[in-house]
Design a binder for this molecule. Structure first.
Ligand SMILES: Cc1cc2nc3c(=O)[nH]c(=O)nc-3n(C[C@H](O)[C@H](O)[C@H](O)COP(=O)(O)O)c2cc1C
Length: 174
């Protein structure tokens, strides 16, 4: 059976950019080193057992250590943490990404960023699924932390935005 013709990828990207998401930094720790990247492909899958999904490109340096360690933490960013989102979206070394950041560590040494609106500590559920150049990873939530009670950082129309529920504002791009 052949696949039905797909839509134009550029048009698809433009269409999806109108769908707002939160912004997180997904971190892991593997063989003595910390890794992290900015992720908006994050959603809850089921409440019982508490399970989330992240979708990571194979090209990201953080993807292999997340798969090998079998652990990751989702750090959900607040409205005033756009600089962190930019920093962890760069193809820079993990050491540069974490420089000057205050982190706490759980049982498996995975860094948890402080001052976010919350974090979820997860264990990778096997099997993971490859789709094109991305890997869909399910995570069983083993711990959660609530952080600051402030609006989240949002990503929409290829830029950052904030919303307090009554009012939304697009943030100026860097
Ligand atoms: C707002 C935003 C959301 C992103 N979401 C994802 C995502 O869901 N999955 C992904 O693989 N990359 C995502 N990226 C891109 C990665 O953060 C980027 O490729 C990063 O450089 C990877 O870092 P690493 O190679 O050190 O792991 C996103 C970037 C931005 C700016």
């Amino acid at each position: 059976m052949t696949d039905a013709p797909s839509v134009d990828p550029i048009e698809f990207r433009q269409w999806m950019s109108r769908w707002p998401t939160g912004v997180s930094i997904v971190t892991t720790h593997h063989e003595g080193a910390d890794y992290g990247l900015t992720v908006n492909a994050f959603l809850s899958v089921t409440l019982d057992p508490a399970t989330v999904l992240i979708c990571l490109t194979h090209d990201a340096d953080s993807t292999p250590p997340i798969l090998r360690s079998g652990r990751f933490t989702v750090n959900e960013l607040a409205y005033d943490q756009k600089e962190w989102a930019d920093r962890f979206a760069q193809a820079s070394s993990p050491v540069a990404k974490f420089a000057g950041m205050t982190v706490e560590r759980g049982e498996h040494q995975v860094p948890r960023l402080t001052d976010t609106i919350g974090s979820l500590s997860c264990r990778v559920v096997e099997p993971t699924v490859t789709v094109g150049d991305h890997r869909i990873i399910l995570g069983r939530v083993e711990g959660l932390r609530r952080g600051r009670d402030v609006p989240p950082l949002l990503f929409v129309r290829r830029g950052y935005a904030i919303s307090d529920g009554d009012r939304s504002e697009l943030l100026p791009s860097a």
